[in-house]
Design a protein around this ligand. Structure first.
Ligand SMILES: *[C@@H]1O[C@H](CO)[C@@H](O)[C@H](O)[C@H]1NC(C)=O
Ligand SMILES: *[C@@H]1O[C@H](CO)[C@@H](O)[C@H](O)[C@H]1NC(C)=O
Length: 331
C-alpha cells in the first residue's frame, strides 16, 4: 500500500517535471530602454497576460537609450514593483552602442520616468546573468515559443545574433519597434534606429519575413496619433495605481507635446494582439550606415519570397484606442 502511494507520488512528480520542460505556452521577453513609453508597454503586456491569457513575460532585458542603462534597470525594477510582478527577472544589457553612442537627451526626464522621485522602495535586484546570455538561453529553453519585442536600440539582439547565429531561427518571432518609412514627412532618422545604427544593420541582415517584423514609428505616428487631452483626460483619468504611476512617468514628455504618439505600447500591442494591425507589407529592409543619411531605414516593398522582413504598415486606429482603454481599466 505504502509503496503504491510512493509510486503514485513519484509519477505525479515526474509528470510535473515533464510538463514544466515542455510547457508549450507562448513566452515573451521585452528588451527596453525605459523610458516612459517602455513603462506603459511593460504594464500593457503584464495586464494582457493576466486578464487575457496573453504570452507569459519571462524576462526584461535592458539597454542604454532613453536614459543610461543604470536608470533603465532601476526603472524596470520600479515598474515590476508597481504591478506586483517582481517574479519577472531583469537581465542587464548593453551600456552603450556597438560603434557610436549618440547623446539621447532627456525626453522622459533625467531619470527616464518623469523625475517624480517616487516608487524607489522595496525594489528587487536584477538577475546576475547578462541580457545577451539570457536572450540566447531563453531561446533554447523555449524553442519556437519565445517572442522578443525590442523597444530601444538593437544592441543586445545584435550581440545575441553575433554570439549565436542560430538565435533568430529558434525564436517564434522578433518584433522591432524602430525606424520609419521615410519620405518628405519623415526625413530624419528615428530615435531607436539612430541610437545603434550598426546593431540595426546586423538584425536586418539576418532577418527573414517569417521571423522578424519591424514596426516603424512613422506608421504609429500616422495611425496611433491621439491628442494629449485624450491621453490625460480619458486614458489618464482611469483611477488605477498603474495609471497614476504611468501619468507621473510621462509628466515631463506630456508637458511638451500636443499630440500623443507612443511607439512602445503600439509595438507590444501588435506583438501580443496582431488583430490590431490593419496591414502588413513585406519589404527588403535595411538601414544606411554611412554619410548624411546614416540612420535612415530603407524599404523596397515586394512579395514575401524576395523580402527579408515584414513591416507593420497600418493600425486599426479606433480598435487600438479602445484596446488601451480596456486594458488599463484592469489591475
Ligand atoms: C509618407 O509616407 C506615408 C507612408 O509611410 C504615407 O502615408 C504618407 O502619405 C507619405 N507622405 C508624403 C508627404 O508623401
Ligand atoms: C497628429 O494629430 C495632430 C492633431 O491632433 C495633427 O496636427 C498632426 O499633424 C498629426 N500627426 C500625424 C503624423 O498625422
Amino acid at each position: 500500500m505504502c509503496i503504491m502511494l510512493l509510486l503514485l507520488l513519484l509519477l505525479i512528480n515526474l509528470s510535473c517535471v515533464l510538463c514544466s520542460i515542455t510547457d508549450p505556452s507562448p513566452k515573451l521577453v521585452i528588451d527596453n530602454d525605459a523610458g516612459g513609453d517602455d513603462a506603459m508597454a511593460i504594464f500593457l503586456a503584464l495586464l494582457y497576460e493576466k486578464h487575457y491569457n496573453g504570452p507569459k513575460l519571462i524576462g526584461l532585458t535592458t539597454v542604454n537609450g532613453n536614459t543610461n542603462e543604470d536608470n533603465v534597470c532601476l526603472n524596470n525594477q520600479r515598474v515590476l514593483k508597481i504591478i506586483k510582478r517582481q517574479d519577472v527577472p531583469i537581465y542587464r544589457g548593453s551600456k552603450s552602442s556597438l560603434v557610436r553612442t549618440p547623446d539621447a537627451g532627456h525626453y522622459y526626464g533625467k531619470d527616464g520616468l518623469g523625475d517624480s522621485g517616487k516608487y524607489l522602495d522595496g525594489l528587487k535586484p536584477a538577475h546576475t546573468k547578462n541580457a545577451v546570455e539570457a536572450l540566447i538561453d531563453l531561446s533554447k529553453e523555449h524553442k519556437d515559443q519565445l517572442t522578443v519585442v525590442t523597444l530601444g536600440a538593437l544592441t543586445n539582439v545584435a550581440l545575441a545574433i553575433k554570439l549565436d547565429p542560430d538565435f533568430l531561427s529558434r525564436i517564434a518571432h522578433l518584433y522591432v519597434g524602430a525606424g520609419h518609412i521615410h519620405n518628405d514627412s519623415w526625413p530624419k532618422a528615428e530615435f531607436n534606429a539612430h541610437m545603434d545604427v550598426e546593431a540595426y544593420h546586423v538584425v536586418a541582415a539576418h532577418a527573414t519575413p517569417d521571423r522578424v517584423t519591424f514596426l516603424p514609428f512613422s506608421q504609429v505616428q500616422q495611425h496611433c496619433n491621439f491628442t494629449v487631452e485624450w491621453r490625460k483626460d480619458v486614458l489618464g483619468a482611469i483611477p488605477t495605481d498603474i495609471m497614476r504611476a504611468q501619468n507621473l512617468f510621462e509628466q515631463v514628455s506630456l508637458a511638451s507635446q500636443e499630440s500623443w504618439q507612443a511607439l512602445d505600447p503600439a509595438a507590444v500591442a501588435a506583438a501580443i494582439n496582431p488583430s490590431l494591425v490593419d496591414e502588413f507589407k513585406f519589404s527588403r529592409h535595411d538601414i544606411v550606415t554611412c554619410g548624411e543619411k546614416r540612420g535612415i531605414t530603407t524599404n523596397e516593398f515586394l512579395e514575401k519570397e524576395n523580402a527579408n522582413a515584414r513591416i507593420v504598415y497600418s493600425y486599426k486606429t479606433e480598435k487600438y484606442k479602445q484596446f488601451l482603454l480596456d486594458i488599463f481599466k484592469l489591475e
